[in-house]
Design a protein around this ligand. Structure first.
Ligand code: GDP
Length: 546
């Protein structure tokens, strides 16, 4: 290997310094586990720099950004997913490393299961995930699904057991559940003192010390915490402390101690207990993230060559959104910076088309309050306004060309045929379909028999169809009619198999927007029958959402 020259080292030093202090993560959880509450608690502990979108406001709580669609308001769910950036000064690590002025990017994931495809894309933009679990409910379906994506992508996971201020399961049982149900070995770093519902503080298993919390009214301010030695903790908490110490020893005896290599490989997960609503454990979570979660790293391109963080600017578009705010009718593309320095105004190249894109309108805050981003580093999320030419998965770069692999599309399970309203709106209809397709709101499938005017929409969850209908109406003034199709599965096929598959009952072949041939199949039995009778035909599973 050639040694980097001294001048290159010097030139890239500022980027390396910015990368070293950055952590980009998402919270994965089941609805109601406390993601919004935790996000607000994190913001309370940190200095918010940029909000690229929504901490979705629930009734009675301050909403940071206006909801972008009436439907979203009516349902009280967040359809969009964006990013919040904040600064946090972490304490020194237990092994003596000094604290750092960190920059944290929290990329929001929508909570509703029907928007899972969108959530999966968000997970391509992060370097770590926080798995938030309700102490009483344990692992829930949505968390399991999202965890599988983290595993698939090799994203390291930190686990937070939330709501410890309320009655819940025994802590060792929860650890067992994580280990046996998902095969992720929990390595608790902070162990609770006091059973669920009697939350007194945390045993720091790395030092053996005690962090004792005091409640504040309504959890609206940072909860005061005292650091006590084990001896003082024993005097103060009696049996609750003894139990915590015994359980911690039991964990050590079974090897459940943090191991950096295994954590980064996605095999173990550091665990922390907390209460988002009381702000207990929130600063510990931030310290853990900064201490343990990886900073942005090199990303492999389509040729499996690493794009180093110090290489010239490059980024991946992981989300595209239109109609965010009726006052700003435009199309926003969110990119995650992979390498180099982004400067607003720079002209970048879209690797898919080879065309230039001007980034004059780079922004970090959407909705009512927008602010301009001037500079961004690897790990940061930047919103590009007027990004009509950008689609999900696009690579942007300056100077040194690069193309990153496409973001995987998930196996759709719901299919509807779309028809526009009668009347001379064929052009709007086509434009609307094109828009939904390029944003990836749904997958759009076509075949010759059905023609252009009756494309088939394929979704991971049925609510995606409602979004399409609402947006076609509000943005294109098209009344979309949808009829369900009698298919339940999609399989990837090829040109050689297509004609013969099309002749089978209960099967229809389509071309997806990205050129992939998909065979839609009525049910599992039909699929098994065809696979048995005609084994030479290609019917490959797609990446499953669950
Ligand atoms: P999300 O759907 O995951 O965003 O969940 P929310 O943050 O909206 O929380 C769901 C409910 O749980 C709300 O009523 C919260 O006040 C409550 N909640 C969140 N965190 C805690 C916690 O640590 N303890 C208790 N007791 N309630 C909590």
């Amino acid at each position: 290997m050639t040694q980097p020259s001294v001048t290159t080292d010097r030139a890239t030093a500022p980027v390396r310094a910015e990368v070293a202090r950055r952590r980009t993560f998402a919270v994965i959880s089941h609805p109601d586990a406390g993601k919004s509450t935790l996000t607000e608690a994190l913001a309370l502990h940190a200095r918010v720099i940029n909000e690229a979108g929504a901490i979705h406001g629930k009734a009675g709580r301050k909403s940071t950004v206006s909801d972008w669609m009436e439907m979203e308001k009516a349902r009280g769910i967040s359809v969009s997913s964006t990013a919040l950036q904040f600064a946090y000064h972490s304490g020194a690590s237990v092994d003596g490393r000094p604290g750092i002025d960190a920059v944290v990017n929290l990329v929001d994931t929508p909570g509703h299961s029907d928007f899972s495809e969108d959530t999966y894309r968000v997970l391509t933009a992060v370097d770590a995930a926080v798995m938030l679990i309700d102490a009483a409910k344990g692992l829930e379906p949505q968390t399991l699904k999202l965890f599988q994506v983290c595993r698939h992508r090799g994203i390291p996971v930190i686990t937070v057991v939330n709501k410890w201020d309320r009655p819940g399961q025994a802590p060792l049982e929860l650890m067992d559940e994580i280990s046996t149900r998902i095969g992720l070995e929990p390595t608790p770093v902070y162990w609770p003192v006091g059973i669920a519902g009697d939350f007194r503080g945390l045993l720091d298993r790395r030092t053996g010390d005690y962090v004792r919390f005091t409640r504040t009214a309504g959890g609206s301010t940072i909860a005061p915490q005292e650091h006590l030695s084990a001896a003082r903790a024993a005097e103060r908490e009696g049996d609750a402390w003894t139990t915590a110490v015994e359980e911690s020893e039991l964990l050590s005896a079974t090897g459940a101690d943090h191991d950096e290599e295994l954590f980064l490989a996605g095999q173990t997960s550091p665990v922390l207990f907390g209460s988002a609503v009381l702000n207990f454990g929130v600063s510990q979570l931030l310290d853990l993230l900064i201490d343990l979660a990886p900073p942005p790293r090199a990303r492999l391109d389509v040729d499996e060559q690493p794009r180093e963080v110090t290489d010239p600017f490059s980024a991946v578009v992981f989300k595209v959104q239109a109609g965010l705010d009726s006052a700003h009718r435009d199309r926003l593309a969110y990119m995650r910076v992979v390498s180099g320095v982004f400067e607003r105004g720079m002209v970048v190249t879209n690797a898919a088309t080879g065309k230039p894109f001007t980034t004059k309108y780079a922004q970090s805050v959407f909705g009512r309050d927008r602010s301009t981003v001037d500079t961004a580093y690897p790990g940061d999320v930047v919103g590009l306004v007027n990004a009509l030419s950008l689609t999900v998965g696009d690579t942007l770069y300056s100077d040194k060309p690069v193309q990153f692999p496409p973001i995987p599309q998930f196996a759709p399970e719901h299919f509807r045929v779309l028809r526009g309203s009668v009347g001379g709106k064929a052009k709007q209809f086509r434009r609307a379909v094109e828009q939904m397709d390029s944003e990836g709101v749904v997958q759009v499938l076509r075949n010759e028999v059905r023609g252009e005017s009756a494309p088939v929409l394929a979704a991971v969850g049925p609510m995606q169809f409602e979004v399409v209908a609402a947006r076609m109406k509000s943005e294109f003034d098209v009344d979309a009619q949808m009829e369900p199709l009698p298919y339940a599965l999609a399989r990837r096929t090829d040109a050689e198999s297509a004609a013969e598959l099309d002749r089978q009952r209960g099967i229809e072949v389509f071309t997806r927007g990205d050129g992939v041939l998909l065979a839609l199949v009525s049910d599992r039995w039909r699929l098994q029958y065809i696979q048995k009778e005609l084994p030479r035909l290609t019917l490959e599973p797609l990446v499953a959402a669950a």
